[in-house]
Design a protein around this ligand. Structure first.
Ligand code: DLZ
Length: 161
């Protein structure tokens, strides 16, 4: 996996805009909540560390990753929200469920983003094992929630110009 070569929480190589004044929605899948809760916590801490204030972080929950894009759509309908971050974890199983969910989320994130002209961030872990997920949710490869938060700030800054 490419993220094994990169720490998802290492942003030393990049300039991060200040997030003050940005209003960020986060939608969290409840499936694999021990992983997605860690992604959420990482994202919130990273937003706060980079200037977003607590009142401007709106967290919503959906049952599973398949529902992330509808959650993102609800957040994007709110004119005060600049960006939606989708956080989920789909672990490869023995059936094709994995492929259907991952494909639907990837396509749905793109569709919602273009429909509302707002950044929608793809914070979906797609590991083969729970251990690989934990390694990327505050473990040895960092936290994809941190990466999603930095991407959100950068994309809102890009849009605001
Ligand atoms: C059904 C299902 C399965 C098998 N696996 C996962 C998973 O690994 N991660 C996840 O976020 N959600 C999973 N789900 C639930 C679906 O995302 C969805 O909530 C249900 O199919 C209901 O639409």
């Amino acid at each position: 996996m490419s993220s094994a070569l990169k720490n998802l929480s290492d942003f030393n190589h990049t300039t991060i805009p200040n997030g003050a004044g940005m209003r960020i929605g986060i939608v969290v899948a409840e499936w694999n909540i021990e992983v997605t809760g860690a992604l959420r916590d990482g994202a919130i801490k990273t937003l706060l560390d980079n200037g977003v204030i607590e009142n401007d972080i709106i967290v919503k929950y959906v049952p599973g990753s398949f529902e992330l894009t509808f959650g993102a759509q609800l957040l994007c309908e709110d004119k005060s929200i600049d960006c939606a971050i989708c956080l989920g974890c789909v672990i490869q199983g023995e059936t094709r469920h994995f492929d259907f969910i991952c494909d639907a989320v990837a396509q749905g994130v793109t569709n919602v983003s273009l429909k509302y002209n707002k950044p929608v961030i793809f914070g979906l872990l797609t590991p083969n094992t729970l251990q690989q997920a934990q390694d990327r949710a505050g473990g040895k490869h960092g936290n994809k929630g941190d990466e999603a938060a930095i991407t959100a700030i950068k994309m809102v800054s890009l849009k605001k110009g």
